[in-house]
Design a protein around this ligand. Structure first.
Ligand code: ATP
Ligand code: MG
Length: 577
């Protein structure tokens, strides 16, 4: 498929095209990706990243990275760095990097303006009472007894909130909209709350912090955002988004944005448009930062970058490629219908990419010794194998062949089931790149277990000879016992063994459905060239699957390879029994 076919004009891209064509925002397109730095990015975020950066790029526009740090917290530098690294890894770069906390002074001025225009008031109700007064979906709310405070009192109280005179929870600043609105978001939502917590960027400068709905739309306008893309659950918040911007009129009121001049952060404010799209959901996984954090905290995985995690750094370490993730996002498209993507679709994107790019290598995971009795004792022969069967430009590599080889235990059967196409007593099989061997005798240990196969190589079937094309049922892989290096192999599988770990029976939690076999560690034998693998180099181990040299723990001395995927989708077959 060409990129053009895979880049359908989804409804958002159509809106953007129309806005450009009609000269809205002078034809400029500015988007943003606004993560809260309270965790690592996951595959769901990849959808938002591809969409925001993609649309900007396709329209000669720009995309900002905005760290939405309006919630004060302490340890987020780790997250801030990881977020940037993950976006770069996915193949995107931002125009401006901003923090929502850059705008705290503007948010504050805006709030005073809302008070002065009679659109906000300081409310003394506690959280429970606010909830009681709010009403329900079927029942109108009641006005707060503090709703009709006069403007002077409100300004005074709000300034004293800022000065730290009141305890947390004692007061909030609320928008004065409509307690009877059918849209609960418009029933006098909070704009500011008191939180006496140090902020990672602003320290103790503030003890009042703006709420998301207020801070988000103002941040968008301050950055000149033209299209503010968010997930569907914000659809009902859009009237509030528009209300705040209309009341504040940032483009028409320079006094509000004055503080940004000093910081060199002033841009002409815009009137952005919020557009909602369906979140990405994927089966056999969870995408809530809170739950992912719990897995890390409780050591149910080795970290945010555990190769079983749906985080971008976890997928990276697993060997999933940025091109494959972008391909997945292209394939699923952008709609307003919530749906759940099959994990298998992601895997097939990864296979497609790795099949094209991953060099082939030989490795044996469960070794059984095969001895070529007609091979001269100490002789070593160097053969060549192509690095890629479909791409000659990938070149060839050399492998040593000697008398003793390792093959997979599964490639030999004493009592073969019907249709077994590998090696059996008295039978023949082709050893990849060597020729056809016949199994003449079995050597057993004292318990009767087969420890060695005594074989002969048919010399007429060596590559390049006329007999090389002689037909046998199977071709198997091998490594030379003398030359192979020992490697650690980590076989990963899905973290959960049910399709929807987010929806489980009462009394159960997603933790009850962790797949006990999601990680298996083996010692294996691999062809020597793999010692030179760079961390994060992808390979196909022939007949076994795609593997990647571990990003952190692989070295020439202690090679470690993670299995990214098997060659075929064995999971869906297992599910069908
Ligand atoms: P969580 O609920 O797990 O904390 P979040 O949505 O709060 O996730 P943010 O850091 O606020 O995470 O998200 C940054 C951006 O990524 C937002 O614009 C959000 O809409 C988008 N996003 C998050 N999860 C998904 C998803 N599953 N699919 C598409 N976009 C997503
Ligand atoms: Mg959020």
């Amino acid at each position: 498929m060409s990129d053009e076919i895979r880049d359908p004009q989804d409804f958002i891209r159509q809106m953007v095209a129309t806005d450009r064509a009609t000269g809205k925002h002078d034809g400029h397109i500015v988007t943003r990706f606004p993560p809260e730095p309270n965790g690592y990015l996951h595959i769901g975020h990849a959808k938002s990243i591809c969409l925001n950066f993609g649309i900007a790029h396709e329209n000669a526009g720009v995309c900002h990275l905005r760290l939405d740090d309006t919630n004060p917290s302490k340890e987020d530098l780790e997250y801030v760095e990881a977020i940037q690294q993950d976006i770069h890894w996915l193949g995107f770069d931002w125009d401006l990097l901003r923090h929502a906390s850059d705008y705290f002074e503007v948010f504050y001025r805006g709030a005073e303006k809302l008070i002065r225009t009679g659109n906000a008031y300081v409310c003394d109700l506690d959280a429970d009472s606010v909830r009681d007064y709010r009403g329900t979906l079927t029942e109108a709310g009641k006005n707060s007894p503090y709703r009709d405070r006069n403007i002077e009192d409100n300004l005074d109280l709000f300034r004293r909130m800022r000065a730290g005179e009141f305890a947390e929870g004692a007061k909030t600043l609320r928008a004065k909209i409509d307690m009877a609105s059918g849209n609960i978001n418009l029933r006098d939502p909070a704009i500011y709350r008191i939180r006496k917590v140090l902020h990672q960027n602003t320290g103790d400068a503030w003890c009042i912090y703006p709420m998301y709905d207020y801070a988000h739309c103002v941040s968008d306008a301050l950055e000149g955002i033209t299209h503010s893309l968010c997930t569907l659950e914000f659809e009902d918040h859009r009237p509030l988004y528009d209300w705040f911007l209309q009341q504040l009129d940032l483009p028409g009121d320079p006094s509000l944005t004055e503080p940004l001049h000093e910081k060199g952060q002033w841009l002409p404010p815009s009137t952005p448009r919020q557009i909602e799209f369906a979140r990405l959901n994927i089966d056999y996984t969870i995408l809530s930062k809170r739950k992912l954090m719990a897995l890390v905290r409780d050591n149910l995985v080795t970290g945010w970058d555990d190769p079983r995690m749906p985080t971008l750094c976890g997928m990276r370490r697993r060997g999933f490629t940025p091109a494959a993730l972008r391909d997945l996002i292209r394939r699923i498209g952008v709609t307003k219908q919530n749906s759940v993507i099959e994990f298998g679709l992601l895997e097939s994107c990864v296979r497609d990419d790795l099949d094209t790019h991953a060099p082939r290598r030989l490795a044996v995971l469960n070794p059984l010794k095969l001895v070529l009795s007609n091979w001269p004792d100490q002789a070593v022969e160097i053969i060549q194998l192509p690095n890629h069967p479909k791409d000659a430009s990938c070149g060839v590599r050399q492998l040593a062949v000697a008398q003793e080889l390792w093959i997979e235990q599964e490639d030999f059967s004493e009592n073969p089931p019907k249709g077994f196409r590998r090696l059996v007593p008295g039978g023949e099989v082709r050893l990849r790149g060597i020729g056809i061997v016949r199994c003449n005798a079995l050597i057993r240990d004292s318990s009767g277990w087969v420890t060695e196969l005594d074989c002969t190589l048919d010399p007429d079937t060596r590559p390049g000879l006329p007999g090389a094309n002689r037909k046998v049922k199977g071709t198997i892989h091998w490594v030379s016992v003398r030359h192979a290096i020992e490697v650690e192999i980590r076989l990963y599988d899905r973290l959960f063994d049910i399709a929807n770990p987010d929806q489980v029976d009462e009394g159960k939690s997603y933790r009850d459905y962790l797949n006990p076999d999601s990680l298996q560690i083996l010692k294996a034998w691999a062809e020597p060239s793999l010692a030179a693998a760079e961390a994060e180099q992808h390979y196909q181990f022939e007949r076994l699957g795609y593997f990647v040299a571990d990003r952190y723990e692989h070295s020439a001395k202690t090679p470690v390879f993670n299995r990214t995927l098997s060659l075929r989708d064995s999971w869906s077959r297992r599910q069908q029994g």
